[in-house]
Design a protein around this ligand. Structure first.
Ligand SMILES: NC(=O)c1ccc[n+]([C@@H]2O[C@H](COP(=O)([O-])OP(=O)(O)OC[C@H]3O[C@@H](n4cnc5c(N)ncnc54)[C@H](O)[C@@H]3O)[C@@H](O)[C@H]2O)c1
Length: 448
């Protein structure tokens, strides 16, 4: 990505017309909560709580200037009124039936937009049970040719655009967590990946086929699950070649959100950590999928890496050398989407004296995830119109395992992530970066 090829300030292509949002996993709890939520907001029946793009402001200039426009008025974002939804699922249920099944939103909320949700009908999925063992839906594309699957997905994208008169689309994976996969030779270049697709290589999961189809159609791809999908050189190459942004992975909600809020605070006060025990009970379909040990391994890896990067034990051996970190998820159907996440945190302070923190977060997984999807769709569309391609590290704020350049380490501290995001917006709009230095107000008799 070359700086001079970016369109900044008034050169940014305006968000004209409608924006398509294509979702693999459109019938899931997260997707239906997102789609229904956007429609409820559009009809003035609810507020987009949790969405930075809709509610957030951004400070500009010096503190005495008191300039803090809303983000959506500062950068040219697509209005949520312009979003059109579609996608794929291996269950045939329409948007209303799927949302009722998910049991996240109330019947009152869903009944009030039933006409709209009934019109969201999933396209047949590309699915392979070897990668998600605990699901058995049958609304899937026939045949075993991976190449034909990619072509069929590209056709779906083309038809969706034509039917809705769309010029721009974003694809966001809200499908299930696939089994744990590692990078292999077939992932190392576009050529190798294309050859593997032609050879029906059994190591290519459906999520990669969706991503290839999207990128080949010039559609940005966002990965909301911890799947390997985008984290391979072939996808980076493809995104750069197609001049398309990509972002991931694994929405940062629930327990990891709390972890990346608390851990930077403890570290900033030089408090030590002896152990962090995290456990969850979750009863939705995501919980069922994660009950399979290989899908859980994918999730576990994503959840575990957070502390290591925030605490930097190599720089602070006295505080963080040997802490014990454990994460578990237990499938417990009675709770549905209302997850309970417990954290037992054993810390130590002055002279090594131990202390404990207990967190019991009775959260709602999809309620936390939905606003992130809205923001990611709108900001990735902005990135596309600016001409930013490849990894969008400035969107780390939204992910448990933020994508990053190979030579860098990921940034997990939510406060740094938030600064990174806002400074990127300032940069795009030609405003001064805000470092919170502050001494400048007091030096050399500055005017105020
Ligand atoms: N809710 C959260 O807080 C949160 C946070 C981070 C990540 N995630 C991830 O988001 C994803 C969705 O979560 P959810 O709670 O909505 O789960 P869900 O099980 O309710 O929804 C996933 C949907 O994807 C569908 N699906 C699976 N494979 C597919 C394929 N190949 N093509 C098309 N559809 C496919 C399933 O049929 C299901 O309807 C999961 O991977 C989850 O791990 C969720």
């Amino acid at each position: 990505m070359k700086e001079k090829s970016l369109r900044r300030k008034d050169q940014i292509i305006p968000p004209k017309g409608k924006l398509g949002v294509l979702i693999p996993g459109v019938g899931g709890a997260v997707s239906t909560t997102f789609i229904a939520g956007v429609e409820l907001v559009r009809r003035g029946l609810a507020e987009p709580i949790g969405s930075l793009t809709q509610l957030g402001t951004i400070r500009l200039g010096k503190r005495f200037e008191h300039r803090a426009p809303k983000i959506k008025e500062f950068v040219p974002l697509t209005d949520p009124g312009q979003l059109v939804f579609g996608g794929w699922d291996l269950y045939e249920a329409n948007g209303f039936e799927a949302a009722m099944y998910a049991r996240v939103l109330s019947r009152d909320h869903l009944e009030s937009i039933k006409d709209y949700l009934t019109g969201i009908v999933p396209m047949k999925a590309v699915f392979d049970r070897r990668f998600v063992r605990n699901l058995d839906g049958t609304h899937i594309k026939k045949g075993n040719s991976l190449r034909k699957h990619v072509e069929a997905l590209k056709e779906d994208i083309g038809q969706f655009k034509a039917a809705n008169g769309l010029e721009r689309c974003i694809m966001i994976w809200c499908g299930s967590t696939e089994i744990h996969l590692k990078q292999e030779a077939i992932h190392q270049s576009i050529d190798a990946l294309q050859r593997a697709i032609d050879a029906n290589d059994s190591r290519i999961p459906p999520s990669m086929l969706y991503a290839v189809a999207a990128l080949e159609c010039g559609v940005p791809f966002i990965n909301g699950a911890p799947n390997l999908t985008l984290d391979i050189p072939a996808m980076l190459e493809l995104a750069e070649q197609a001049n398309v942004p990509i972002a991931g992975k694994d929405f940062k909600t629930g327990q990891t959100l709390m972890k990346t809020i608390l851990a930077p605070g403890l570290k900033s006060r030089m408090l030590g950590l002896e152990g962090w025990y995290s456990t969850n009970i979750l009863g939705n379909r995501d919980g069922l999928v994660l009950d399979d040990k290989d899908s859980f391994k994918t999730k576990e890896e994503s959840k575990l890496s957070v502390l290591e990067y925030i605490l930097q034990p190599h720089l602070y051996p006295t505080l963080y050398k040997n802490y014990y970190h454990k994460v578990t998820i237990n499938y417990y159907p009675p709770r549905g989407d209302n997850k309970e996440g417990w954290d037992c945190i054993d810390i130590f302070g002055w002279l090594g004296y131990p202390m404990q923190i207990k967190v019991d977060f009775l959260c709602r997984d999809s309620i936390l995830a939905a606003p992130l999807i809205l923001d990611l769709v709108l900001l990735t569309d902005l990135a596309q119109r600016v001409g930013m391609n490849g990894i969008q590290e400035w969107l780390s704020f939204y992910f448990k395992s933020p994508m990053h350049k190979e030579s860098l380490y990921p940034e997990h501290d939510i406060f740094i992530q938030s600064m990174k995001l806002k400074n990127t917006l300032r940069y795009l709009m030609g405003e001064e970066q805000i470092t919170h230095f502050g001494l400048d107000y007091y030096l050399n008799g500055e005017e105020r």
